[in-house]
Design a protein around this ligand. Structure first.
Ligand code: ZN
Length: 440
């Protein structure tokens, strides 16, 4: 009796502990391990190696050779593009994540950044949060859908790309759009590197649907002067001229400009349009701020040149010419301006009610009671490149972020294993929901 009962009890215990675990959760974890333990930093990493590991898994799962491609525009800058064939009743959808990660120095971390470590309910490793965790979930779900014989209404494209974080060229999305657009052309893009569930103190607070991004523009502002010996100061001085212009710049504010996405954010969250809060201010207007200074050439000389870098984050709908004209007027005529990093327009994506409703219904099924909130990102992702190329893009991340413990790009990066497992199930619902062609 005992001899039979004991193994049964053990089995029951094991089943209870692993109740949320399926072979697909194990598969997702194995893929995550492979991705984390393949270094994809710009310095020592290799995105081609990571792309090939994923390609191997997809082919082993039954994806035809021709539908799994590793596109390598430069050594170590490989991109994986795979296609789950559909019936062709609607244009394809592309699911996007990047393979590369930000540098991580072993000395800075308390654990090895390039080993997947499971500890206290977390996965640790560079890229767990940004964005190999979500990439692994996309791969695992594509494999599951293939195994289940799922035939979507339209082709579903998986694009895992290189060069998103900077430091290595070319950017995969940019290169593909310019050279192999056929591989990733789609009715719209789901970018898992943005939006998604947000949690406070381990509890989900909202699901964000990112539909717009601000864009980056950097300018230099320079004051020049004949200079001279510092023992005989003159009335005009490049450093003082620049300082005056900087103070005028500080006082200048761009007008409040709401778009459909930010309007939806303020109404869904009930937040006030309080510009004293830096985040809300960044949602409300284009911002420009001095970020670097460079002036003078010797401690005993009058400065011939004083220069500041001014970094702008521009709202969709604002042009570079408009921003430059406003800055010139604000800073006065003692400084000259030059563009250091030009701006690339990226329009806000429309929020079709049919798509928003689908997202709301799968969020409700996965996390009852969680509200969906459209957002505009104040930073930038590869989604901006897709939008610029005319492909509407929605940031719909799968794995929740703990807002008070955001370690993206930082040390000891980690995700909760619970969020990872839920993200796998949510990703399955998401892919199936958006794959269906609209009813009309
Ligand atoms: Zn990222």
């Amino acid at each position: 009796m005992n001899t039979i009962a004991r193994p049964l009890t053990l089995l029951a215990l094991l089943t209870a502990t692993l109740s949320a675990q399926t072979p697909d959760h194990q598969l997702a974890r194995d893929i995550l391990r492979e991705l984390i333990e393949t270094n994809t930093t710009p310095s020592a990493g290799d995105c081609t190696a990571a792309a090939q590991l994923v390609a191997k898994r997809l082919r082993a799962a039954g994806f035809p050779e021709a539908d799994v491609q590793v596109v390598v525009p430069a050594p170590k800058q490989g991109n994986l593009i795979a296609r789950l064939r559909g019936r062709g009743t609607a244009r394809p959808i592309v699911f996007l994540a990047h393979l590369d990660v930000v540098e991580a120095r072993r000395d800075d971390w308390s654990v090895d950044p390039f080993r997947l470590l499971e500890r206290d309910g977390y996965f640790y490793g560079r890229g767990t949060q940004d964005i190999k965790g979500d990439a692994a979930l996309l791969v695992a779900n594509f494999i599951r859908l293939k195994r289940e014989g799922f035939t979507p209404d339209r082709d579903l494209i998986l694009a895992l790309t290189a060069g998103e974080e900077g430091g290595a060229e070319p950017n995969g999305v940019d290169w593909l759009l310019k050279n192999r657009r056929d591989l990733i052309d789609a009715e719209f893009c789901v970018n898992v590197d943005a939006g998604g569930p947000q949690a406070r103190d381990g509890r989900l607070a909202s699901y964000t649907m990112q539909a717009a991004e601000k864009t980056f523009l950097s300018l230099s502002m320079t004051a020049r002067n004949p200079g001279g010996h510092s023992s005989q100061p003159r009335a005009d001085n490049a450093i003082y001229d620049l300082a005056e212009a900087l103070l005028k710049l500080r006082a200048h504010q761009f007008p409040v400009m709401l778009n459909d996405v930010t309007r939806a954010w303020f109404s869904a969250t009930g937040e006030t349009q309080d510009a004293a809060d830096p985040y809300r201010n960044a949602l409300l207007r284009t911002t420009c701020v001095a970020t670097m200074l460079d002036a003078g050439h010797a401690s005993n000389a009058l400065p011939q040149k004083a220069q500041a870098t001014v970094n702008c984050r521009v709202l969709p709908g604002h042009t570079q010419a408009e921003v430059e004209a406003a800055l010139r007027q604000a800073a006065g005529n003692k400084v000259e301006w030059a563009v250091q990093w030009p701006m690339a327009n990226s329009p806000a994506s429309p929020l079709p009610p049919s798509l928003v409703q689908r997202v709301e219904s799968i969020v409700a099924a996965q996390w009852p009671g969680l509200r969906v909130v459209p957002t505009m990102e104040t930073g930038a992702t590869d989604g901006a490149l897709m939008r610029r190329a005319g492909i509407p893009t929605y940031g719909l991340a799968l794995i929740a972020v703990d807002l008070e413990d955001n370690r993206m790009h930082g040390k000891d990066e980690r995700i909760r294993i619970r969020y990872f497992n839920e993200g796998l199930d949510f990703g399955y619902r998401l892919i199936r929901a958006v794959a269906a062609a609209p009813a009309q």
